[in-house]
Write a new protein. Structure first.
Length: 148
């Protein structure tokens, strides 16, 4: 009978840990999502900076993505190496595909000398990534908690 109690206690502790992990994941969303959206917008807008400036903007975007990751790890204590489940994976793949597609579009607009359209694609990409990060964080938290 004691073993049943120990198993139940261990399962309850695991469930509590899952809940805390989900909370820690979404607690950082309020600042991380806009910061990642800004980094994505910079990445997409890079061609508009011209040949000498593009490298600076790309470096700035990359640095911002890395800074968000490092601050997230420090504040949350989490190091996320992969999605928690299929919804998170699908959302992550979709976000990467959209970001790559908008980046290619931006380079095409640059090549066609339609520079005025690049900020619009950058704005759209930044918003998509920011909202996507919110969705990913919520999906990750739900999948860790086994909420469907």
């Amino acid at each position: 009978m004691e073993n049943d109690f120990d198993v139940r206690e261990a399962l309850d502790a695991m469930e509590a840990d899952r809940h805390v992990l989900g909370q820690r994941m979404t607690a950082e969303t309020r600042w991380a999502a806009p910061a990642q959206g800004l980094a994505a917008a910079l990445l997409i807008a890079a061609p508009a900076a011209g040949v000498p400036g593009v490298f600076f903007v790309l470096a700035l975007s990359t640095g911002l993505f890395l800074a968000v990751e490092l601050v997230f790890r420090k504040r949350s204590g989490l190091s996320i190496s992969r999605p928690a489940g299929p919804r998170g994976m699908a959302l992550l793949v979709l976000l990467i595909a959209l970001l790559c597609g908008l980046n290619v579009l931006s380079w095409i607009l640059w090549a066609l000398d339609l520079l005025a359209w690049i900020p619009l694609s950058a704005l759209a990409g930044g918003l998509i990534v920011a909202l996507g990060v919110v969705g990913y964080d919520r999906a990750y938290a739900a999948e860790v908690r086994h909420e469907g």
